[in-house]
Design a protein around this ligand. Structure first.
Ligand code: CP
Ligand code: NVA
Length: 310
């Protein structure tokens, strides 16, 4: 995997996902035991942020420190990119200094442009279309809770957004069943859903998209939700809050799933909108382990892309 970009989960094979998660599990146990693993000693990660972040920034930065490397935060006001330097020239320049670039951008095409002109691996830290680092941490969390991914029933409730798309692709690759309940007009793009359905068929699992949350969560091992208004969609907030009203993950909905269901959310959560306090703070919630796993999964990813898997 050395030298590859990660712009979307479909850039990885099922075997590569498995290897990254195995390494992530190992790095997590070593970290818990206080063992150091300076695998990326002397390496630097450049991190471009066109949107705010709590988890992505802190997990990548801390992860690089734990690996013996260094990370540089580059906001739009820090870079000449914010004053009109092109993405291509930014990629050409940064890749003469750093060993990998992580970028959180608005348009997915901008991440593709960055990767096209970069000599070093580019990692998508969220675009309007994909959030592959989130999906890696999510798969790690599901595997940790259930001991496997194949055959696990994942129910998505809400907006068919970037997080939904990456999770759907990830599930289809690893053989988990993915059923989404999204309001009409807010489903993941048809072309990506169709790719995921075909990929799932090869893995022996199913991808289904419908509108009814109660149907989607029936028999679910995992219920997953995300905000109704993603970054960059603020102008649509009023309409969206109305459209998604029936898509709240609350105790009544959780009761309809499997008794051992875990509830996931990429965070940040809008408590009282897509998820209630009772659920996010309740016994089924896995959200803090999930947030922690961002760091372990990304450390494994950084090692894989910068150094190659052991
Ligand atoms: N889940 C996630 O990407 O969180 P941040 O926006 O805080 O990075
Ligand atoms: N769908 C959300 C995820 C944030 C981590 C957004 O794009 O804002």
């Amino acid at each position: 995997m050395k030298g590859k970009h990660l712009l979307a989960i479909h850039d990885l094979s099922a075997e590569e996902i498995d290897s990254i998660l195995n390494l992530a599990d190992r790095l997590k146990s070593e970290t818990k035991e206080g063992k150091s693993h300076e695998i990326l000693h002397g390496k630097t990660l450049g991190m471009i942020f066109a949107k705010p972040s709590t988890r992505t920034r802190v997990s990548f930065e801390t992860g690089m420190t734990q690996l013996g490397g260094h990370a540089i935060y580059l906001g739009m006001n820090d870079l000449q990119l914010g004053r009109g330097e092109t993405i291509a020239d930014t990629a050409r320049t940064l890749s003469r200094y750093v060993d990998a670039i992580m970028a959180r951008l608005f348009k997915h095409q901008d991440a593709e442009e960055l990767a096209k002109h970069s000599r070093v691996p580019v990692i998508n830290g969220l675009t309007d279309l994909h959030h592959p680092c989130q999906a890696l941490a999510d798969l790690m969390t599901i595997r940790e809770k259930f001991g496997k991914l194949s055959g696990i029933n994942v129910a998505w409730v809400g907006d068919g957004n970037n997080v939904c798309i990456s999770l759907m692709e990830g599930c289809s690759l690893v053989g988990a069943n993915f059923r989404a309940a999204c309001p009409r007009g807010y489903e993941p793009p048809a072309e990506i859903a169709s790719w995921a359905k075909n990929r799932a068929a090869k893995s022996g699992s199913l991808v289904e998209i419908e509108t009814d949350p109660e149907k989607a969560v029936k028999g679910a091992d995992v219920i997953y939700t995300d905000v109704w208004v993603s970054m960059g969609q603020e102008a649509e907030a009023k309409t969206r809050l109305e459209v998604f009203k029936k898509y709240q993950v609350n105790e009544q909905l959780v009761e309809k799933a499997s008794p051992n269901v875990i509830v996931m959310h990429c965070l940040p959560a809008h408590r009282g909108q897509e998820i209630t306090d009772e659920v996010i703070d309740g016994p089924h919630s896995a959200v803090w382990d999930q947030a922690e796993n961002r760091m372990h999964a990304q450390k494994a990813l950084l090692v894989a892309l910068i150094k190659g898997l052991p």
